[in-house]
Write a protein that binds this ligand. Structure first.
Ligand code: XMP
Length: 512
């Protein structure tokens, strides 16, 4: 395994990903817990991530000193390089010129990290994002590469197998970065690339059993990939100690609730409580037009209903959640960080104190596409595994303004046609998320020989890697025309269709 010590870089998750792409298991651990994790994991290699701090500031983060004394190969990236230098007796200064974006490293030496990749005398594109720089490397280190603003852009102590780079090998803008990381784990640390999803499945099942023992576990299903994969994996591990609860808030897409129930009850035979709470939710939402209030109402009711069902089951010691790595990061910054709350998500960390359940979160270290791979490994049907993300508050936030059964019904039918056309055009998998939004605006139209005065429907489709940023999807106009015609012909209540060409930022993916 590889221990990735996290100093808060926005790219830490990418490091983990690159390591997994090499077929090697890794865990990301915040720097405060790195000592403990090191003892537990006994890793064969350590990577120190970048981070926003400066080692020249008082009380800035450091790696536990023991990590440098363990005889384990280490790669320090950006801030991680600064820690390595500082903690091993070198010197850092705040540079006048910050270096952001594309830069070039000129290679002057040879190490096993870039052996066969970068020869002495060659120049390579890298991606930098730093303010500080090394002015004196620690004893034992040699300068292997320099850049215009960083005379110590790449340093190494080949004897101890310590490498420090100022640039970010984990991002795609460093074209040789993935190979460099692969060299580090295979060549330098000697780790075989034999870690697969099948191995993850078995390891995780053993961990779940060890964590849960003979206690009961409850798991909330949302209809999405994450909670479904978590539930199936946990059920494989502990069988009917698991009960799933599916709170149907009446804000799901067409046929979605039936699919979830069918899959769990009939296909997997996993104990499932299906609560039809649509009346409760829709009544509470009546007349509410403020997006945050809608979200909060749904979040609160969801917990109330879930809580009541869980109490009926009784005696559960654990709550299972399909939390993914990006959720962990987002909620960390939402709770403690300087970032403002743009929208209130209710899936992470929103349980009332009195529930006091311990959490089982088997997907906590994975990215969405890895969860999909695990889902396939577990035999989940493709229609489930490949499904676009869907927000917890469901169609309520795709009905700006007040939510009514009638509006939801129009939206659901239009959305189904739009997705059907996308599937038929073979575009579903090229899109991160596609959906319709029913606007609280009516416009005049003419159908047959009569005047119509009906709703505007907006279509949205975006590409994204993680939902944090997104670009609108470039459909061709014929496709949009076809989808619009079908929707207007088949769905009564819509007489005009528009396409949303906003990226994120400045827009968000959902409209509310
Ligand atoms: P935004 O609209 O913030 O959405 O750009 C980013 C991603 O998050 C999804 N989303 C949610 N997911 N609960 C969720 O589980 C929520 O409350 C929620 N709000 C937005 C959105 O669909 C997109 O994938």
């Amino acid at each position: 395994t590889v221990l990735i010590v996290d100093f808060g870089s926005q790219f830490t998750q990418l490091i983990a990903r690159r390591v997994r792409e090499c077929g090697v298991y890794s865990e990301i651990v915040p720097y405060q817990k790195a000592g403990e994790a090191f003892e537990r994991m006994r890793p064969k290699a350590i990577i120190l991530s970048g981070g926003p701090a400066s080692t020249t500031e008082a009380n800035s983060p450091r790696a536990p000193q023991a990590l440098f004394e363990a005889g384990v190969p280490m790669l320090g990236i950006c801030y991680g390089q600064m820690c390595m230098v500082e903690q091993l007796g070198g010197e850092i200064e705040s540079a006048d010129h910050r270096e952001f974006g594309r830069a070039y490293v000129t290679v002057a030496g040879k190490t096993s990290l870039t052996d066969g990749l970068w020869d002495a005398g060659t120049r390579h594109q890298v991606w930098m994002s730093h303010g500080d720089r090394v002015i004196r490397p620690p004893k034992g280190f040699e300068v292997i590469g320099t850049s215009e603003n960083a005379p110590y852009a790449y340093i190494a102590d080949e004897k101890r197998k310590f490498y420090g780079v100022m640039f970010h090998p984990e991002v795609v803008h460093t074209p040789d970065g993935a190979k460099l990381i692969s060299n580090f784990v295979h060549h330098v640390a000697g780790l075989p690339g034999d870690w697969t999803m099948a191995a993850f499945r078995e390891e995780m099942k053993a961990k779940i059993r060890a964590q849960v023992g003979s206690e009961k576990v409850i798991c909330g299903l949302s209809g999405g990939v994450d909670s479904a994969v978590a539930a199936v994996l946990i059920h494989e591990a502990i069988g009917d100690q698991l009960t799933c609860i599916f709170v149907d808030h009446g804000l799901m897409r067409m046929n979605e609730a039936e699919q979830v129930v069918g899959l769990f009850r009939n296909h997997y035979n996993i104990p499932l409580v299906h609560v039809d709470a649509s009346e409760t939710f829709l009544t509470a939402l009546e007349g509410e037009t403020d997006p945050e209030k809608k979200r909060k109402t749904i979040g609160r009711l969801f917990i109330e209903v879930f809580d009541a069902e869980a109490a009926k089951i009784g005696g559960a010691g654990f709550l299972a959640q399909g939390t993914l790595y990006p959720d962990v990061i987002e909620s960390v910054s939402a709770v403690g960080g300087p970032s403002v709350t743009i929208k209130s998500h209710h899936n992470v960390g929103g349980l009332p104190d009195h529930m006091k359940l311990k959490l089982v979160e088997p997907l906590r270290e994975l990215f969405k596409d890895e969860v999909r791979a695990l889902g396939r490994e577990l035999g989940l049907p493709e229609i489930f595994v490949g499904r676009h993300p869907f927000p917890g508050p469901g169609l309520a936030i795709r009905c700006p303004g007040g939510v009514t059964r009638e509006k939801l019904d129009i939206l659901r039918r239009a959305d189904a046609i739009y997705l059907d056309e996308i599937r038929k055009a073979g575009l579903y998998d090229a899109i991160w998320q596609a959906f319709a939004v029913l606007l609280p605006v009516q416009t005049v139209g003419v159908m047959g020989d009569g005047r119509t005065y009906e709703h505007v429907l907006a279509l949205r489709a975006v590409t994204s890697v993680d939902g944090m940023t997104a670009d609108f999807f470039h459909f061709d106009m014929d496709f949009l025309g076809r989808a619009a015609t079908r929707i207007i012909n088949e769905v009564r209540g819509v007489n005009r269709v528009v396409y949303d060409v906003t990226s994120k930022p400045p827009g968000t993916i959902e409209w509310e």
